[in-house]
Design a protein around this ligand. Structure first.
Ligand SMILES: O=C[C@H](O)COP(=O)(O)O
Length: 254
């Protein structure tokens, strides 16, 4: 992977709804042990469940591994039982927050407009939103993937994003946790379409924005996926729960 327009690759681990305290700490310590002493080409990020953010964040202090959350509310505070506001996440050391993951879009009916509002709330709290988009299998089989995902991105893009202040993640829904991935040509074409869409909305600023690929990224396919033109890193689910697999993926950026 080459630096294109100064984009440093980002490898992000989304732990999803996994891990009790002991698991989270053991995974964090294993990642930190593997990271120590290495010169990392990519930026490293872990996104534990909300219950572990403080604990993991404390462990990560002084390390090159960043902390991120998996969701935030679109308001900065208020009567929203069970939700977490972006300023709260920033307050406990988060630097990034994933918004619009397909699991939240499916499980909680989140729309593009809500994702956009969450991304704007994240930016207002100085967090970097990772805005997720991706097609279902039916959309891909109908030949609609490029069109649908570009429209999803257009509807989810926060207003006023700067190059360093926004990350996009392309995650085909049918590739998440299934072991299936699109062809390298399909991933390349989608990343090209997303960059064109970013450019249409944000102009030249978009050249330096990172677009990640997510969906069944593993240690065995990471090098191939991360070498695709326009892929600026990976959003990793299952494989991020094993430190060695996560770090092998990160090393594939070298
Ligand atoms: O956020 C991560 C993605 O949903 C990918 O998950 P996965 O690597 O388990 O397929």
């Amino acid at each position: 992977m080459t630096d294109r327009a100064g984009r440093r690759p980002l490898v992000a681990g989304n732990w999803k709804m996994n891990g009790l305290k002991a698991d989270g700490l053991a995974l964090t310590d294993a990642v930190l042990a593997g990271v120590r002493g290495g010169a990392w080409r990519c930026e490293l990020l872990v996104c534990p469940p909300a219950t572990l953010l403080s604990l993991v964040g404390d462990r990560l202090k002084g390390s090159p591994v960043r902390l991120g959350a998996q969701d935030c509310h679109h308001k900065p505070s208020g009567a929203h039982t069970g939700d977490l506001a972006a300023p709260m996440l920033a307050d406990i050391g988060c630097r990034f927050v994933i918004v619009g993951h397909s699991e939240r879009r499916a499980d909680h009916g989140e729309t593009d407009a809500e994702v956009k509002a969450k991304a704007e709330a994240a930016m207002a709290a100085t967090l970097i939103p990772i805005v997720c988009v991706g097609e279902t299998l039916a959309m891909r089989e109908r030949g609609d993937a490029l069109k649908v995902v570009a429209a999803q991105l257009a509807g989810s893009l926060p207003v006023g994003a700067s190059a360093d202040g926004l990350v996009v993640a392309y995650e085909p829904v049918w590739a998440i946790g299934t072991g299936r991935t699109p062809t390298t040509a399909d991933i390349g074409a989608m990343h090209q379409a997303l960059r064109a869409e970013l450019k249409r909305h944000l102009g030249a600023e978009s050249d330096r924005m990172r677009i990640l690929y997510g969906g069944s990224v593993k240690s065995s396919n990471a090098a191939e996926i991360l070498a695709i033109d326009g892929v600026d890193g990976a959003l990793v689910g299952g494989a991020s729960l094993k430190a060695e697999d996560f770090l092998t993926i990160a090393r594939a950026c070298a």
